[in-house]
Design a protein around this ligand. Structure first.
Ligand SMILES: NC(=O)C1=CN([C@@H]2O[C@H](COP(=O)(O)OP(=O)(O)OC[C@H]3O[C@@H](n4cnc5c(N)ncnc54)[C@H](O)[C@@H]3O)[C@@H](O)[C@H]2O)C=CC1
Ligand SMILES: O=C(O)C1=N[C@H](C(=O)O)C[C@H](O)C1
Length: 252
């Protein structure tokens, strides 16, 4: 059997981290060598001999964690939100100093979600209107979700390339927040509701018709195939990959 991939999970005590620890332990080609929580020294990852890091922490911690991994030649698979364009640009600069290192930042690891976002982007140029509703558990610390931001970015890029106009909207007066957040010209509405896990609808409308693309994660198990795929591929993909779609063959 070929050598197993040595993995450290950061944020191991969290909802996603605990699921990732179990998934790595269950995979024959992966070995869990470290599981760190808040306050644990990152040097433990080095002492444990990890070659790969999974970051499932919080937006305030993820940038420093990933920077540490890159500077020590470790590949990183990152699910934590908060990776703005500025943060990604700084990370790309850091990776230039370590050209052998791969980092995957995946706003969503669920394959169905990645496909739904890609389909939405593909469809967006053919409709006058597009809005996003993301729905999550009420313990989520950020809004809008990383997935919604990424979906809006993909949609905006496709609509710009096709020279689409703005979605029609005659609103003249509204309470603050009533029309959601504006992400690159796409309205994003965030619902936080007990009982939910992670869900998203992209609503596309033209005269007389509507297309709704909905994805539901009912359980965090849905994210694990993407985490494992990332761990298995990231070392062969040096530099920064933003979005798990970069590792899939979506025919585009
Ligand atoms: N990409 C994806 O498919 C998914 C991404 N997420 C994202 O992953 C992140 C974590 O989500 P949850 O697990 O629900 O949150 P959580 O709050 O349950 O877990 C975060 C954990 O990280 C720990 N932590 C904080 N700072 C740390 C540090 N410096 N080092 C190590 N551990 C640290 C916390 O103590 C906590 O245990 C969020 O940004 C969330 O949006 C969540 C689900 C899926
Ligand atoms: O916090 C969560 O739960 C999730 N976070 C990610 C996001 O912000 O998009 C991925 C998924 O939606 C679950």
């Amino acid at each position: 059997m070929s050598k197993r991939i040595s993995v450290a999970v950061l944020g191991a005590g969290g909802r996603m981290g605990a699921e990732a620890v179990a998934a790595v332990e269950a995979a024959e080609d992966l070995e869990l060598v470290a599981a760190l929580g808040r306050g644990d020294a990152l040097e433990q990852v080095l002492k444990a001999g990890a070659t790969h890091v999974v970051d499932l922490t919080v937006p305030d911690a993820t940038e420093a964690n990933v920077r540490f991994a890159v500077e020590h030649g470790l590949h990183a698979v990152v699910g934590t939100t908060g990776w703005t364009e500025a943060r990604r640009a700084a990370l790309t600069d850091a990776l230039a100093e370590h050209p052998e290192v791969g980092v995957l930042i995946a706003p969503n690891f669920a394959l169905g979600s990645v496909l739904a976002s890609a389909f939405a982007a593909q469809a967006a140029q053919y409709f006058e209107s597009v809005e996003i509703i993301e729905l999550h558990h009420p313990n989520k610390v950020d809004a809008p979700s990383g997935t919604a931001v990424r979906t809006a970015e993909l949609i905006a890029a496709e609509r710009a390339a096709a020279a689409c106009g703005a979605s029609p909207d005659a609103t003249e007066t509204a309470l603050d927040g009533a029309r959601g957040a504006d992400v690159e010209g796409v309205r994003v509405h965030s619902v936080r509701l007990r009982g939910l896990v992670a869900h998203q609808e992209v609503l596309l409308g033209s005269a007389g018709e509507q297309l709704t693309l909905r994805h539901d994660s009912y359980d965090r198990a849905s994210f694990m195939p993407g985490v494992l795929l990332g761990l298995r591929k990231v070392a062969q993909r040096p530099g920064l990959t933003y979005g798990l779609d970069g590792y899939l063959d979506l025919g585009r």
